[in-house]
Design a protein around this ligand. Sequence first.
Ligand code: HEM
Length: 428
Amino acid sequence: MGDAAYHKNRPDTLPAPSGCPVDHAFSPFSDDYQADPYAELEKRRNNSPIFYAEDLGCLVLTRMEDVEEVFKDPTIFSSENVQDPVIQICDAAFKVLEAEDFNPIPVMSNCQRPDHTRIRKHTQAGFSGRRMRVLEPYIRQRCETLVSAMLEGDAPAEFVSHVGYPLPGDTIFRLIGFPESDDRMLKEWTGNRLAFMWGKADEDEQVAIAENLLAYWRYCAEFVQMRKDDPADDFTSELLAAHDADPDDLSLQEIGSAVYGLSFAGHEIVTNFLSNSLILLLSDRPQWEKICADPARIENAAQEVLRHSSPQTGWRRVANADTEIAGIKIPAGTHIFLSLASANHDEAAFGDPRAFDIERENASNHISFGRGIHFCLGSRLAILETNIALQTLTREAPSLDLVADQKFTYFPNITLRGPEKLWLTWNA
Ligand code: HEM
């Protein structure tokens, strides 16, 4: 695949910078981290807050101030590696992606300046307040339908499959403008990319996922062509209007690539946000009852969920030049793992960080949406969806509760965290 390709394997990672502590045990794939990343990170943050994780081939930053510093310096710290697979993509999967018409390119999270600045101006306009207002009635209606279907069935019910997974997927497809009749097929194509990029998919899985990526890209490219002739009130048509106004400022390939990336950026992460919200709120009945009695509290509660149990626990950068972080000299080419989970629990940024407190005054200072030029484009949408879901659930099912003694499992990966299944019960 060419240099500008969206999916690529990297050359070998660099060893630990000299003088930097090496951690042979730290891994987001370890059983201990899977069970409780916050305990694992707290130990490191207190002992050696910057260390080299052998398993990841990355320098790991655990303090808020260091993570912020890296986010805010895109000249030195490039985001070109954020979508890189954790393990090398096998030849058979690459063969699938070598199809002549498979040519998505980095345009957002893994894109660099000056292209990023030029493209972001357009994609940001596509996430305007007006676009959110156009989308809101759909989210409300879809959420009510999904929640009603769950509550009309027998308790207990599994939340992720009933509401948590479909709601953000359907929302992002409507934002882009895809027709509802294609939802089922689109979900099949887009469902398992997490394993490909940030997990450890085996070779057969990689090939199956690559085939889905190819099918999905072809659909995106055709959809952009179709919308060009038949515009509507959606994100894609908005980008196409910018293309028509100045084709050199935004190409059709860039629009297709933006659409391609968006369905992943805005789906499972919101599923996790919804599930993590329910786990935290229902585990602490008085706080759940407070939001039932006063839905105006939901907004800050959602921010505290993002701080306490971020749906995105890690992200990456690579140093473009020799540099230094907190006195440690870092050679160009060093890959860096930014632990958002750890920064959000940094005692220097938040008092009593392990406590979940919906009234925490500085909850929204969390770093779950990043900082700087790549700050999450969908943050308003993610918050809107979660507010709507919590408003609907507190109104329709104030007796909602977690099924006791369930053990949550998390799909092993370096970026996202939310339960694969979440069993809920309520008084019929
Ligand atoms: C709670 C849910 C979400 C979280 C925690 C989250 C988190 C993040 C983070 C950490 C970044 C990277 C920031 C950086 O590299 O500096 C990011 C970027 C991005 N997010 Fe989100 N995100 C969420 C939901 C969404 C949604 C719903 C969408 C779209 C519908 C979305 C679209 C994007 C895009 C396009 C970027 C890249 C922006 C750029 O590079 O200019 N995200 N997000």
